[in-house]
Every structure is written in C-alpha cells, then in structure tokens.
Ligand binder design. Structure first.
Ligand code: MBD
Ligand code: FE
Length: 281
C-alpha cells in the first residue's frame, strides 16, 4: 500500500531546504566562546569514533562524497530532523511540567489558514482516509483553561505526503491554525494520516539502504500549541497499534504521545480527545 507512490527526494528534500532558508533569513548570534566550545566537542566526538571504529580512507572518502550529495539533494533539513533533532528537543524541553514535546521535522509551514474552534482542515473533495475528529482542551499547568489558544495542526495525507513538499497537492491541504474557544476547547475534523517513508531516491535513503535500516516513521499529527503568557509547545501525536510506532526512524515517539481513537457514534470515522497543558512563559 505505502509503496504505491514514493515521494521523490528532489521534491520533498529540496523544498524543505527552500522552506528552511525562507524562515532562517538572519544569521543567529552565537558567541565565539560558545561556537568554539560546541564545535570542539563535536569534532572531538567524531575523532573518537574514527579511532574507536578504525575508520579507513575509503570510508572517509565515502563520507565526503555522501555529505556533498546531501547538500546537492537539499536533504540537510531531512537528515538533521530525522537523526539529530530529537536530542535537541530532549534538551530544550527537559524542564517542562506540561505536555510532552516532540520534534518539528522538515515540513512545517507558518501561517496556515486561520480556522475557528470547530473546524475542518482544508482537504480535497475526495480526500482519502478514515475521517478523524481530533478534539481537546488547552490548559495551564494549574488547570486554568486557556481561552483563545492557537492550535496549529499539519500532517501527511492517506498516502503519506505533505502539501507544499510533495507535488500535486493543494497548497494548504491538511494544514490549519485553529483558535480554541473561550474555554480553550477545539474540535478539528481531518483524516487519519498514513505512515511516512523517507524518500528512497536521495542521500538519506541511500544511507538507510546502505545501513539496512527501516525508512519509516509511524503515522503522526504535527502540532504547535500556544497561548499568550505561555511556552509554545511543538509536538507530535501517534496512533496506538500503528505500524512503526515502536521503531520510528526519527526516534520521536514518547508513550504520552500515543493516541487511541475510537469509532464515532455516527459511524463516520474515528474520534480522539487529547488535552494540552502549557507551561508558563
Ligand atoms: C516527517 O514527516 C517528519 O515528521 C520528520 C520528523 C522527518 C521526516 C518526515
Ligand atoms: Fe511528519
């Protein structure tokens, strides 16, 4: 099923690079001391791997060729978000008391269409997939409802493709910025996404193939939830019993983030409730 159509790296990888460059226009100010501290530690860790694994000149040249190709394919955002971001997220969110975060990944686009608390995500007339009603409430850690909270939701379609990154999908398909009601509640109608396969025809796919790894992420919803005076949380939600939940290539599943949807009374697909708890800013 999931092999029927495979996103081309040339599309999704390069689009992720362009998208990242558009939002990262200004240089980030980091002190010389900090750059030296982190860069020295990173290089020292790599030197240790070379000693420990007795890396050969052949392997060193293979690495060089591969790193050049990652850039040519535009797959640095994909590579970094799949294999590195989860540890950055772990460090960034270690002190949170509220909901668990997870990685953003390469396919977020800001300013998706604004929608009310009861909304249907933009989708095609014949959008494939089981209808899913995703509902819940946004609260502070002390339980206070956060009226007017913003719930940004984006996810892949029933074939595992993201709008604006795979070709032929309407611009804002399955992307929305939902404003919760006065009690922080929201009811969003969408469709169940499919698992996501890392493009097989690019450099990340070549690494996966060469190492004999799985190329898959479990089906997931991406979210950014925010409210004035509170820390924005970037997270993902998964589906109990779904393929790859236990072996996500991006290491981004946490037990607290696994949903268990149930059939709706009207027989029109599934529903699931998930409440978000935001830390104070
Ligand atoms: C995705 O859909 C994703 O969420 C991540 C983190 C990496 C690659 C594809
Ligand atoms: Fe994703």
């Amino acid at each position: 099923l999931h092999d029927a159509t495979v996103a081309r790296a040339a599309d999704s990888g390069a689009n992720a690079t362009a998208q990242f460059q558009a939002k990262q226009k200004a240089a980030v100010a980091v002190s010389k001391e900090r750059v030296s501290e982190v860069a020295t530690a990173a290089l020292t860790a790599l030197h240790e791997v070379i000693r420990d694994k007795q890396v050969t000149y052949e392997e060193y040249d293979a690495l060089k060729a591969w790193m050049i190709a990652v850039g040519q394919d535009g797959e640095w955002p994909l590579f970094l978000d799949v294999w590195v971001e989860h540890v950055v997220e772990e460090v960034a969110n270690a002190d949170r008391e509220g909901s668990k975060g997870s990685i953003e990944g390469p396919y977020y686009v800001p300013d998706a269409p604004a929608l009310p608390a009861r909304a249907t995500l933009p989708q095609r007339d014949d959008e494939a997939g089981t209808p899913l009603r995703f509902q819940g409430q946004v609260r502070a850690v002390d339980g206070t409802p956060l009226g007017g909270a913003l719930v940004e939701l984006w996810h892949a379609d029933d074939a595992g493709f993201y709008s604006q990154f795979a070709p032929g999908i309407p611009e804002w398909n399955l992307r929305g910025s939902i404003t919760a009601d006065d009690e922080g509640r929201f009811w969003i109608d969408t469709v169940q996404p499919a698992p996501y396969q890392i493009p097989t025809d690019g450099s990340c796919g070549r690494l996966i193939d060469a190492a004999g790894w799985s190329a898959w992420r479990p089906a997931h919803l991406h979210l950014k939830v925010s409210a004035p005076g509170h820390r924005l949380i970037t997270t993902q939600l998964y589906f109990e019993g779904g393929e790859y939940v236990a072996n996500d290539i991006a290491s981004a599943v946490k037990p607290e983030l696994v949903l268990a949807p149930t059939p709706r009374a009207d027989g029109q697909g599934d529903k699931v409730t998930y409440d978000f708890v935001l830390d104070p800013a």
